[in-house]
Design a protein around this ligand. Structure first.
Ligand code: 13P
Ligand code: SF4
Length: 359
């Protein structure tokens, strides 16, 4: 039963004590979040992975790319464990190393030597990958002078990239890239989309010449469900409602909302609001429902009336958490996520730049 599972998790954690730290992303279900030592957005959890160097194991309740990142940032002898190895991210899967490398080669044909600097010391293109990408891509970005960003520091990262580069190749999430660059004043016509199936991404060389941000075609299947019509309906039915969405939503949705930000931004906006506020939230349902339960002083609902969970985040069931913890008690490490040095070393360069770009 559920109660038994929770007892088993608590007992295993009590036995392990300081030897284990459990991290939980905001999208995890309540049954998992209640056992987390740290809860947060991607940026906060990357920092949390480094905050307990004495722990022998880091159990990451989140998705694969988050656990890979925790492995690259934590001490080499710390084991990072993903309770269910099937917890991936469909957006991260939309950019693979060979596709991005092919794009990079084509960009070299357009812009020439990608390491050559202009009179102001800038290279033609800086690659920026969203945290939601494989370790291999973070390695690619690190090898090519680029930066990893999260949804909370995307603007700071793009500003830094523009200091060193004339333009940015942003992947995998077209929406985060477009929304962030638009908020910084980059016109839409200077943000061509790259189509990996066509030469030059289907763009004319002259368009690429004028480009400031070249967008990959990836998206989040959870966040692309939100629509402007849902916002209009929420406003009609709930006068005074504040609409806050995640920047993985399509641009018209972000433009129509009152605010957009990372999961932690959403949590803090609700915490800071005067009692009696009404919020329509455009993000994953487990977070929205938890916020609604934790804040009875407000009215909080999801913009999408059809429940939209992140199916891969949901794959971390408390049964898996109990299993990996009990294996640790028995002296066994299961479901370890381990990134080889060849990838991790360059990836760390890009991750260190990310950590330095404070939200
Ligand atoms: P945050 O960094 O905002 O928590 O986003 C992670 C994520 O996967 C959103 O879909
Ligand atoms: Fe990936 Fe979207 Fe799930 Fe975030 S919500 S982990 S981007 S599929």
């Amino acid at each position: 039963s559920d109660a038994e599972l929770h007892d088993r998790i608590r007992a295993a954690k009590a036995t392990l004590g300081e030897k284990v730290v459990v991290l939980g992303h905001f999208y995890q279900r309540d049954e998992v979040v209640q056992h987390a030592d740290f809860t947060g957005d991607s940026f906060q959890l990357a920092n949390a992975a480094m905050s307990r160097p004495e722990a022998e194991a880091i159990v990451f309740c989140g998705v694969h790319f988050m656990a890979e990142t925790a492995d690259m940032l934590s001490r080499p002898d710390q084991a990072v464990i993903l309770p269910n190895l099937a917890a991936g991210c469909s957006m991260a899967d939309m950019a693979d190393e060979s596709g991005v490398e092919e794009c990079w080669e084509q960009l070299e044909e357009v812009y020439g030597d990608l390491t050559a600097t202009d009179e102001s010391g800038r290279v033609p293109v800086i690659p920026v990958t969203y945290m939601n990408s494989s370790a291999a891509l973070k390695g690619f970005v690190g090898r090519n002078g680029g930066i990893v960003c999260t949804s909370s520091n995307a603007k700071v990262v793009l500003e830094q990239a523009f200091e060193r580069g004339q333009r940015v190749l942003f992947f995998p999430d077209q929406h985060l890239g477009r929304n962030t660059a638009k908020a910084m004043g980059v016109p839409l016509e200077q943000m061509p989309m790259w189509n990996p199936r066509r030469p030059l991404g289907g763009n004319a060389a002259s368009d690429l010449d004028a480009a400031r941000v070249i967008l990959w075609h990836g998206f989040c299947s959870v966040h692309k469900r939100f629509t402007v019509e849902q916002i209009e309906r929420a406003r009609a039915e709930h006068p005074g409602v504040q609409v806050i969405v995640h920047p993985e939503c399509p641009m018209p949705v972000v433009d129509a909302a009152d605010a957009a930000g990372s999961t932690d931004f959403i949590v803090k906006a609700i915490q800071a609001a005067p009692a009696g506020s009404t919020f329509a939230i455009g993000t994953e349902i487990n977070l929205v429902q938890r916020l609604a339960a934790e804040h009875p002083e407000h009215e909080i609902f999801c913009l999408d009336p059809v429940v939209c969970p992140c199916s891969t985040m949901y794959r971390i069931h408390p049964g898996y958490l109990a299993w990996v913890l009990e294996e640790l008690v028995a002296g066994r490490v299961v479901n370890r996520i381990s990134v080889g040095d060849e990838v991790a070393e360059p990836a760390r360069l890009a991750l260190e730049r990310m950590l330095a770009a404070k939200p």
